[in-house]
Design a protein around this ligand. Structure first.
Ligand SMILES: *Cc1c(COP(=O)(O)O)cnc(C)c1O
Length: 218
């Protein structure tokens, strides 16, 4: 799987350039909308960590793939509606888009019911974009406390998607600063076009889709 090999090499090279070779950088292969054939090729190449943005689509695909391949780890990287929480908790190992109290409360209730608990990232709207999901930068500290203290959710890091029309580096730097402020270690940032920059600014996890699988079908 040449796309996958190429990205792994570029991740290593970026780590080497910034002296981070002994800090692991996780590769989340974003398989949303890709064909099962392409996804199977990446599974056959030994990769096991995938990202999806829709709960229902992911449920159908990965219920099937989990019967054929072991140790798959799934990340939810798209917005989560409260009416999909039940299915999301059952399916995902990591939910990267925790961003509002109503959702945190619903998730906490569902964890209690299912006795199963994913890890969480809080999504931060670093560009303060009106239509974008993610907690506002100014509300992060209070929301983080709520998630951890009131709802007892294992929040391991922060996630962001920079505005498409701005250079990503300042957003990555801001996310790193915010993570340090609230005291979490993990940073999910960087996609096909900018994962190397993200690694240089401290990403511990990059979410790469089209550069591995090829362009998404329209
Ligand atoms: C689609 C998506 C990605 C991957 O995008 P590529 O540009 O294909 O690498 C990463 N993160 C999120 C949140 C996405 O929705």
């Amino acid at each position: 799987m040449s796309g996958l090999t190429d990205i792994r090499e570029r991740i290593r090279a970026a780590q080497r350039r910034c002296g981070r070779l002994n800090e692991p950088v996780e590769l989340v292969a974003v398989s949303k909308v890709q064909t099962d054939v392409r996804v199977a090729a990446v599974l056959d190449a030994g990769h096991r960590v995938f990202g999806e943005n829709r709960v229902q689509e992911a449920h159908e695909r990965w219920t099937k793939f989990r019967q054929a391949y072991s140790e798959i780890r799934l990340h939810l990287i798209g917005p989560l509606q409260t009416n999909k929480v039940k299915q999301a908790i059952a399916l995902f190992d990591v939910i990267e888009t925790l961003d509002r109290e109503k959702l945190a409360r619903k998730i906490a209730d569902e964890i209690e019911i299912q006795g199963k608990c994913p890890d969480f990232y809080i999504q931060v709207n670093t560009g303060n974009e009106e239509q974008k999901s993610g907690i506002a930068v100014d509300d992060l500290e209070q929301f983080f406390k709520k998630c951890v203290e009131t709802y007892q959710l294992p929040v391991i890091g922060l996630m962001a998607i920079p505005p498409v029309d701005e250079p990503p580096a300042p957003h990555f730097a801001l996310l790193a600063k915010l993570a340090e402020r609230v005291g979490v270690k993990k940073l999910s940032m960087g996609m096909s076009a900018d994962f190397e920059t993200a690694i240089e600014l401290g990403a511990s996890s990059v979410r790469v889709g089209s550069a591995i699988f090829g362009a998404r079908p329209a």
